[in-house]
Design a protein around this ligand. Structure first.
Ligand code: SME
Length: 160
């Protein structure tokens, strides 16, 4: 397997390579946890974000799934924090400054900005992808577009 490092080029080029890498990792692999785990690693090897991980909806709570980064809170309720808001509203939450987001759940004092993308299977949110940056205002519409595409691809292979 190729040893991918934090890649060179524009953000667009990095996302293009990331999508190709994810496609090849997921192709023919039905195990959801393996695919989510490799997704967090592939994103981490492409972008130097502080924390990258999935929270999965289980018994009406978000429960921590595969991630890369420091230990994080395990359970998040509907409408709580950035993740619970993304789940409740079924929309991507792009947070330039976590201190300005009412109810933000601080798992790490190093997190300054955050993006959370819901994974929708039909009408239901089955999980969210949460990414934290140690830089303020580190996410933009390019991240939103490409991370939403990644989450749509995951929805198509969702197999709990
Ligand atoms: N900040 C998130 C909690 C999860 S951690 O960032 C990993 C939130 O407000 O939902």
């Amino acid at each position: 397997m190729e040893d991918f490092q934090v890649s060179e080029g524009t953000k667009e080029e990095k996302y293009t390579r990331l999508s190709e890498q994810l496609k090849s990792l997921w192709d023919g692999e039905p195990d959801l946890m393996a695919n989510l785990a490799n997704a967090t690693a592939a994103i981490k090897q492409t972008f130097p974000f502080h924390w990258i991980g999935f929270y999965l909806v289980k018994n009406n709570e978000l429960v921590l799934g595969p991630f890369q980064g420091p230990v994080a809170c395990t359970r998040i309720g509907l409408g709580r924090g950035v993740c619970g808001t993304s789940w409740k509203t079924k929309t991507t939450q792009l947070v330039p400054d976590v201190d300005a987001f009412p109810g933000h759940i601080a798992c790490s004092s190093l997190s300054r900005s955050e993006i959370v993308v819901p994974i929708l299977v039909g009408e239901d949110v089955v999980a969210v992808l949460d990414i934290d940056s140690s830089e303020l205002n580190d996410f933009d519409q390019t991240d939103k577009l490409h991370l939403e595409e990644i989450c749509q691809a995951l929805a198509r292979i969702w197999n709990p």
